[in-house]
Write a protein that binds this ligand. Structure first.
Ligand code: ADE
Length: 233
C-alpha cells in the first residue's frame, strides 16, 4: 500500500508535511514529491498547484512514478449546501466538473457532461475510502461532516447566484478547483480515491475575504482527517 496525498496550495499540504517522516524528495513536472511514512504507512505528498490541469498532472505522476495504490486529496472548498458552515468537512461521494460545457453542440451534452457518449462525467469515490473517512471524522474533535458531490472548475466562485445555480443543477455539496481532475485521472488508472475538503467560505460575495481568513483553519481540519484516515487504513 502506498498512499498519494495531494493538496493544491502550501497551506493545504503544510500540516501533513510537518506530520510526515520524510525520507525522500524528488521533482517531476516542476512539482516536489515528498516520500515518507505516517503511522507506518507509505505516503507520497505533493502540492499540485491550483486548477484541474495541475491536479491531473500530479495525479498521473503519483501513479506512474510512485505506484500509489490510493489517492487522497486534502484541502479547502466553498460551500454549496446551505447547511454547511465554515470549518465543516465534506467527504466526496463523487466529483464532477461544473465548467465543462458542450451544450451548444448537442442537447445530449448538458453543462457538466464530458461530451463523449458512454463516458463517465461524475466520478465515484472509492466506497472503502469514503467509509474510512466517515470513521476518521468521529476522531477529529468538533468537526461536522457531510457526504456529497464535489464540484470542480477553473474558477474561484464568489457569487450567491452561482452557488444557487450549481446547487440546483448538480446537487453539489461544495465547490473547488481540483477534485474532479484527481477523480477522473484516478478513474482512468483504476486507482481508488477520495476528496476531503473543509469549508473556507460560502462561495458568495464574502468568499474572497473568508477564504483569506479561514483557509488555515479549514486546511488544518482537512489534514486532521487525513491523519486519522492514515492511522486507520
Ligand atoms: N476553494 C475554496 N473556496 C473556493 C471557492 N469559493 N471557489 C472555488 N474554489 C474554492
Amino acid at each position: 500500500m502506498r498512499i498519494g496525498i495531494i493538496g493544491a496550495m502550501d497551506e493545504e499540504i503544510h500540516y501533513m508535511k510537518q506530520a510526515l517522516d520524510i525520507y525522500g524528495e524528488s521533482n517531476y513536472a516542476k512539482t516536489t514529491f515528498y516520500e515518507g511514512t505516517y503511522a507506518n504507512k507509505e505516503v507520497v505528498l505533493c502540492k499540485s498547484g491550483v486548477g484541474k490541469v495541475n491536479a491531473a498532472v500530479v495525479t498521473q505522476l503519483l501513479v506512474d512514478r510512485f505506484n500509489v495504490t490510493h489517492i487522497m486529496f486534502t484541502g479547502v472548498a466553498g460551500a454549496l449546501h446551505p447547511e454547511l458552515e465554515i470549518g465543516d468537512i465534506v467527504i466526496s461521494t463523487s466529483a464532477m466538473q461544473h465548467d465543462i460545457d458542450a451544450s451548444a453542440l448537442s442537447p445530449h451534452f448538458p453543462q457538466g457532461t464530458i461530451p463523449m457518449f458512454g463516458y463517465e462525467s461524475d466520478f465515484a469515490a472509492d466506497p472503502s475510502l469514503v467509509n474510512l473517512a466517515e470513521k476518521a471524522a468521529s476522531k477529529v474533535s468538533g468537526v461536522s461532516v457531510r457526504m456529497g458531490r464535489v464540484l470542480s472548475g477553473d474558477q474561484f466562485i464568489a457569487s450567491r447566484t452561482l452557488v444557487e445555480k450549481y446547487y440546483q443543477l448538480f446537487d453539489g455539496a461544495c465547490i473547488e478547483m481540483e477534485g474532479s481532475a484527481v477523480a477522473q485521472t484516478a478513474f482512468l488508472n483504476d486507482v481508488p480515491f477520495v476528496v476531503i475538503r473543509s469549508i473556507s467560505d460560502k462561495a458568495n460575495g464574502e468568499a474572497a475575504v473568508n477564504f483569506t481568513e479561514f483557509t488555515k483553519l479549514a486546511a488544518k481540519r482537512s489534514s486532521d482527517m487525513i491523519e486519522e484516515m492514515l492511522k486507520a487504513i
